[in-house]
Design a protein around this ligand. Sequence first.
Ligand code: HEM
Length: 88
Amino acid sequence: GDVGAGEQVFSANCAACHAGGQNVIMPEKTLQKDALTQYLSGGMKEGSVVTQVTNGKNAMPAFGGRLSDDDIANVASYVIDQASGDKW
Ligand code: HEM
């Protein structure tokens, strides 16, 4: 996916709960490398982010049907780029 396009998707759809890679609802479930490795179903991979964003999980809403497949792929690339590079 396109990391730059994904940053725009993130700002518009994710930052309300995940600004700066944090998590305002479940504070331990950040989008940082350690937390994704520990908590994200399927491990710290773009495909795992795609699944969670598409389907939602607990208090996180599902974005399948609200975002295009391209938007979801791009935001997943952005999240993994940020986490793997310790950019947040
Ligand atoms: C968890 C991404 C939007 C609330 C997560 C995780 C990812 C993620 C990767 C796993 C983090 C971990 O397990 O450490 C995204 C993306 C979003 C988005 C890319 C936008 C497309 C939102 C929004 C909310 C939210 C808008 C609040 C209304 C949560 C919550 C969890 C979570 C509560 C923890 C779920 C659980 O394990 O019970 N998010 N998120 N997310 N997100 Fe989001």
